[in-house]
Design a protein around this ligand. Structure first.
Ligand SMILES: Nc1ncnc2c1ncn2[C@@H]1O[C@H](COP(=O)(O)OP(=O)(O)OP(=O)(O)O)[C@@H](O)[C@H]1O
Ligand SMILES: *[C@@H]1O[C@H](CO)[C@@H](O)[C@H](O)[C@H]1NC(C)=O
Ligand SMILES: *[C@@H]1O[C@H](CO)[C@@H](O)[C@H](O)[C@H]1NC(C)=O
Ligand SMILES: CC(=O)N[C@H]1CO[C@H](CO)[C@@H](O)[C@@H]1O
Ligand SMILES: [Mg+2]
Length: 407
């Protein structure tokens, strides 16, 4: 009796235990289902919201007659294999640039603007994109679209097959460009700049004309890149920051020293670039002998000795050049390098001189260039400027090119 009583008790408690376990499991299951459903609903809400935002951005962009695409961040991630370092084209002052391939096979250059620098709101960003997209010319790189996701700001450009001019003229590349090609490149850059300065509906000073911002298509037609980028960084007051002046060697004296910015600053940079294209070297190379270190200075020294033709890339001279044509272009470069902004001709006049519609007027004066006044204290300063400039401040001097090694 006792044994059976205790065994039925045991059965009872086992049943209780079993029922309890099932109830707990059931509750857990129900909770899980509710949670899962809720999560799905949340996701649904999220994606609806995202679509709405995307719609809003798209509508905003479509307000413009010209077509601009709004790219989804995931599309760009896919196109660049999650911004893989193997697809990195380079990294400039505004952020890294990746080569990407869209689903339809189109190649694009994807520029991720560095987030901490661009503190711009979404609507300002989109309106700047719209503005830049509306500026189109055959010598300007086309902005295809953009993406704004959280704090991410991305610009999508057409991809240029032959990359940028710096890779062509600074020696590393085996590609040789003959005089004809180089002249077409110089003329194309001049036309692109003329459009930015004079002919487009908004006047744009590029601020960063240099070899790496001249892109080349498969026929070596030049296209100016990165124009209007300064508009994405409204907070950036530091006109001398390396962002805008890759090397001080391209920067006009009045801009470098007093922050006076006008089209004439671009024209000065263009002059330096022309000398680089003709001589196939960087504007500043401190490993060269002291009189050759600064290209404009060296060019002027040769000019004074009537030996300016020695500036020309020797490979190009071997290949064959029309000396007078080259001298004419060098002359135009000197006009662009005049120390006073108002002495530099406007871009339209430069295009006319290059195409020989106008004879070059007058002989250039000594250009302005970086110089070391005194070999002893290897201080860098601007030469050839008659009026006194305030001396460079401490913060400015950090962006000066490195001091030459003592000999
Ligand atoms: N649309 C493009 N097509 C092909 N290559 C490009 C394109 N845009 C940029 N690149 C390449 O990416 C590199 C980096 O470009 P990026 O503009 O970021 O730097 P940068 O031109 O050297 O400096 P900056 O920031 O002053 O413009 C360039 O040197 C160029 O070779
Ligand atoms: C500087 O000039 C030297 C000698 O011509 C050359 O080997 C070097 O590549 C140049 N450096 C740059 C950065 O162009
Ligand atoms: C550079 O010039 C400034 C003022 O002109 C002077 O105070 C400074 O000592 C100079 N630097 C060197 C390295 O001599
Ligand atoms: C150096 C370089 O990449 N050159 C290329 C420029 O574009 C043409 C046409 O696509 C190519 O044939 C060259 O190899
Ligand atoms: Mg660039």
């Amino acid at each position: 009796m006792q044994a059976s009583g205790s065994s039925s008790e045991m059965r009872f408690s086992a049943l209780f235990f079993f029922l309890g376990a099932i109830t707990v499991l059931g509750i857990l299951l129900i909770l899980m289902i509710i949670y899962w459903k809720f999560d799905k609903a949340k996701e649904l809400m999220k994606s609806m919201l995202r679509n709405k935002r995307l719609e809003a951005s798209k509508n905003f962009l479509n307000g413009n007659l010209r077509t601009i695409s709004y790219f989804d961040f995931n599309t760009l991630k896919k196109a660049t294999k999650n911004f893989h370092s193997g697809y990195l084209l380079g990294r400039g002052g505004f952020g890294p640039v990746y080569r990407g391939k869209l689903a339809d096979g189109r190649l694009v250059a994807v520029k991720k603007l560095s987030a901490e620098k661009s503190q711009q709101g979404e609507s300002e960003f989109l309106s700047e994109v719209r503005m830049i997209t509306s500026i189109q010319h055959k010598n300007l790189v086309r902005l295809l679209g953009c993406c704004s996701d959280g704090s991410q700001r991305v610009l999508v450009y057409e991809y240029m097959k032959n990359r940028s001019l710096d890779l062509m003229i600074y020696g590393k590349n085996d590609q040789f460009l003959n005089w004809n090609t180089r002249f077409q490149i110089i003329l194309g850059i001049a036309r692109g700049l003329q459009y930015l300065h004079e002919d487009s509906h908004v006047r744009i000073v590029h601020r960063d004309i240099k070899a790496s911002n001249i892109l080349l298509d498969e026929k070596f037609q030049p296209k100016i890149g990165d124009f209007g980028l300064a508009r994405f960084f409204p907070e950036d007051q530091a006109y001398l920051s390396t962002t805008f002046a890759g090397t001080l060697g391209y920067t006009a004296p009045e801009y470098a020293i007093r922050g006076e910015l006008s089209e004439k600053a671009d024209i000065y940079s263009f002059g330096v670039l022309v000398l680089e294209i003709i001589s196939c070297r960087k504007n500043t190379n401190l490993t060269l002998s002291s009189e050759m270190q600064y290209l404009p200075e060296y060019a002027w020294k040769l000019y004074e000795r009537s030996r300016v033709i020695e500036l020309v890339d020797p490979r190009m001279r071997e290949d064959g050049i029309v000396e007078n044509d080259v001298l004419q272009v060098i002359n135009v470069a000197f006009l662009c390098l005049q120390p006073h902004a108002n002495q530099r001709p406007p871009m339209s006049e430069i295009v006319a001189m290059l195409t020989c519609k106008v004879k070059t007027v007058g002989t250039p004066m000594r250009p302005a260039f970086m110089d070391r006044r005194n070999k002893r204290d290897e201080n860098l300063s601007w030469d050839s400027i008659s009026e006194p400039f305030p001396s460079l401040t401490r913060s400015d001097s950090s962006s000066l090119p490195p001091q030459p090694p003592p000999n």
